[in-house]
Design a protein around this ligand. Structure first.
Ligand code: ADP
Length: 410
């Protein structure tokens, strides 16, 4: 089966074309035929494309909206130039969509029906920056490929629907949960699931026996405690603002600070919330950048005090969550690093794990330094009883597989 995977944002569209089926899922032999992204949709769009050989092509095209973008994409994917070998739209058998918010209704990936579309619309007030664009991607794919081609929604929140009530509730008046659905939902679920699944394959451990802590450290960062393949706690909450220090988000903060900052700085509450989302985290503390690569360079080359402080805060918060989840789960088998920082920054991994020797985790620095650029493997010493691994996330592959399963009905 050829699955088109779409991740539609406000002016961006990321995509992959994956050849998969039940046998390939079992053998881990799915094939990626093409991938890329389209940016600045709504104007002169910049398109980055990679065919099966990984060779990069850059294009520009005037794409006025998501419909035009998906139409362009489907034409390219089925052209000889793409190298995918697909020659007609009929060879795209299904479409898998990343959808950010599935609320309490969706605990797994589902075929898109009019009822599902309405439910995703209902969730717009919980994810105003994401769900409308995800829906636009669904409508555009339906129009480009026809109503007969199955579409599947894969939700970022679904994996965390296994959280227990005492974990997902905030300790605020209960009617606020009943009336307004205020609770912790968690995000990055597809990534945490993908990483935990891949590690089980690598370690050969049975699903039921496994306790892991996954750390997705990218621009957005979150931690997840996973027992027997189910999420039991995660650091993001009602929105992706809660939890770890991130590129531009503060993570955990005393809610009373919002009104205080608003009063002192003459800002509205939405403005303060925007400040916590887009001007805080690594960027806010360092005053320099949200890019961990540049912060590490500033700290190393110029001994920049605030770059070092931002890195210290980032690593300390992550270690604190590891401690909390070890307590919540009564121990763990492994800590799994993923995301741009988790996969490429050995120094950050080492610093997060530094001081965890007492729970049996010691970093093997040579192994750790060698794990970059998409390589997977163990970065703890052979005799560590709590292991640490780098397991690159592959959300698109998981979306393609979920789509295949939902369409097959297996
Ligand atoms: P997103 O969450 O947007 O998908 P990524 O997972 O690509 O983002 O992660 C982006 C982050 O990864 C940035 O902070 C970037 O600096 C960091 N990163 C990428 N490569 C490296 C590297 N070699 N060393 C340190 N940080 C890196």
């Amino acid at each position: 089966m050829h699955v088109l995977v779409l991740n539609a944002g406000s002016a961006t569209l990321k995509f992959q074309v994956v050849r998969t089926d039940r046998a390939r899922i079992a053998d881990n032999t799915d094939e990626k035929l093409a991938r890329g992204q389209m940016e600045r949709i709504g104007g002169e769009s910049v398109i980055t494309l990679r065919g099966p050989d990984g060779a990069l092509t850059r294009r520009t095209a005037p794409l006025r909206d998501m419909h035009a973008a998906v139409e362009w994409l489907v034409s390219w994917v089925t052209s000889a130039e793409s190298g995918t070998g697909l020659t007609s739209r009929a060879e795209l058998h299904a479409v898998g969509h990343r959808v950010v918010h599935g609320g309490e209704r969706f605990s797994e990936s589902v075929r898109v029906t009019p009822d599902v579309t309405r439910a995703i619309e209902d969730m717009i007030e919980l994810a105003p920056l994401h769900n409308p664009h995800n829906l636009a991607g669904i409508h555009a794919a339906q129009r480009a490929l026809g109503e007969g081609v199955p579409q599947v929604a894969v939700f970022d929140t679904a994996f965390h629907q296994t959280l227990a009530e005492h974990v997902y509730l905030y300790a605020i008046p209960y009617p606020l949960y009943r009336r307004h659905r205020v609770r912790r939902y968690g995000f990055h679920g597809t990534s945490h699931r993908s990483v935990a699944y891949r590690w089980r394959q690598l370690s050969g451990k049975a699903k039921a026996d496994v306790r892991v802590i996954t750390l997705h450290l990218g621009n957005g960062c979150s931690a997840c405690a996973i027992v027997g393949g189910e999420s039991v706690d995660t650091s993001m909450g009602f929105t992706p603002l809660e939890g770890l220090v991130m590129g531009t988000r503060s993570g955990d903060i005393d809610a009373a600070v919002l009104d205080y900052i608003a009063g002192k700085e003459g800002l509205s509450l939405p403005q303060v919330e925007a400040l916590l989302n887009s001007q805080s985290g690594l960027l806010g503390v360092s005053g320099l950048t949200n890019d961990m690569r540049d912060l590490l360079a500033e700290a190393r080359e110029h001994d920049d005090r605030r770059a070092k402080l931002a890195i210290d805060m980032f690593c300390y918060r992550a270690r604190k969550y590891i401690g909390a989840y070890l307590a919540a789960m009564g121990g763990a088998d492994a800590i799994l690093f993923a995301g741009g920082i988790g996969e490429n920054a050995p120094e950050i991994r080492a610093r997060i794990c530094d001081g965890l020797q007492w729970v049996g985790l010691t970093i093997d620095h040579a192994a750790n330094d060698a794990l970059q650029d998409g390589r997977e493997g163990r970065c703890s010493t052979a005799n560590s009883t709590l292991e640490a691994w780098v397991v690159p996330t592959d959300e698109e592959l998981l979306i393609a597989r979920d789509t295949c399963r939902a369409v097959d009905g297996t």
